[in-house]
Design a binder for this molecule. Structure first.
Ligand SMILES: [Zn+2]
Length: 302
């Protein structure tokens, strides 16, 4: 059995935005976290995109490819926006039957249990990824990105949601499911208080503190020693495909020091830098995606 995971939007299309979040980022992270659970249960997994850039993000490019390759089930990941404060979860299908219906029923019910308003199943014959894919397909709208409550659920119940999506796909395809398959530690998470710090002087850390001070007025002591205050200042930063600036230049330098070959220190997070970030995350057992959260800690302390 093979499933195709399709994080919506990407490249020059951020999708819906709200409260500093971008749909393209949120759904990529979700798809990349669901995939390993599928694989752990013996399912073949393919992605329409695994980064935020490039031509893979465009429907006209990947839909023909998916049809040519074939798969048993196609799931498109999205988040909604209304501009008027709407909230809740919904599943979109071309026709409410077969795998699509089974999956939709499981997801609608499961997301409701996680606290989302259940907006039910919507028949959408107008959506390209539903009307042009040859195999059973469903599109999930993981809450409203411009609704504060839905975003809180998205963050607070994230692991449960990942497990729910994984379990719903597996059960729909009748794959003997590891219902209890733990979510791999896939997502960057905020530091907890149990972190330890080497307390050693590192010229690269000193440079980082300087970048944070000049770039965002972090007010750090530029002592070259990373501690809770430096890490806490870093928590508000992520590095994603297409970002630029002095912090990116520092990340490139750091990755190069660590041997991940991030390319020229040009301050631009292009494909080579994002590739190096992914290799670093993979090597450290962190979730692959944008850089943030615990990634900063491992980047400095490893
Ligand atoms: Zn969307």
């Amino acid at each position: 059995m093979k499933v195709y995971l399709n994080p919506g939007h990407g490249d020059d299309d951020p999708g819906a935005c709200g409260f500093g979040r971008r749909e393209a980022d949120d759904v990529l992270k979700v798809a990349l976290d669901v995939g390993p659970i599928m694989r752990a249960n013996g399912l073949e997994v393919a992605y329409t995109r695994t980064t935020n850039g490039g031509t893979d993000a465009h429907m006209v490019n990947y839909v023909p490819r998916v049809n040519q390759e074939g798969c048993d089930f196609f799931v498109s990941f999205h988040r909604n926006a209304s501009g008027v404060g709407a909230s809740g979860y919904e599943t979109c299908v071309y026709a409410n039957q077969g795998y699509a219906k089974e999956f939709a029923d499981r997801m609608n019910c499961g997301m409701e249990a996680l606290g989302y308003t259940n907006r039910g199943t919507k028949i959408r014959t107008d959506l390209y990824v539903l009307n042009s894919t040859d195999m059973p397909a469903a599109l999930i709208e993981l809450g409203f990105i411009d609704n504060e409550y839905d975003n809180k659920l998205f963050v607070d119940r994230y692991d449960d949601m990942i497990n729910l999506i994984a379990r719903s796909i597996l059960e729909t395809l009748d794959v003997p499911a590891g219902v209890d398959t733990p979510v791999p530690d896939a997502s960057p998470k905020p530091l907890d208080s149990g972190q330890t710090y080497s307390g050693e002087f590192d010229p690269s850390v000193q440079r980082l503190q300087h970048v944070l001070n000049t770039g965002s007025g972090a007010g750090l002591l530029e002592d070259g020693i990373a501690g809770p205050i430096t890490y806490s200042a870093l928590q508000q930063f992520t590095v994603n495909d297409g970002d630029d600036g002095e912090l990116i230049r520092w990340v490139q330098d750091r990755l190069n020091i660590l041997g991940y070959e991030a390319g020229d220190e040009d301050g631009y997070a292009g494909p080579i830098t994002m590739w190096a970030i992914a290799r670093f995350q993979e090597h450290c057992g962190l979730g692959v995606g944008y850089l943030g959260g615990t990634d900063w800690y491992r980047m400095i302390e490893s």
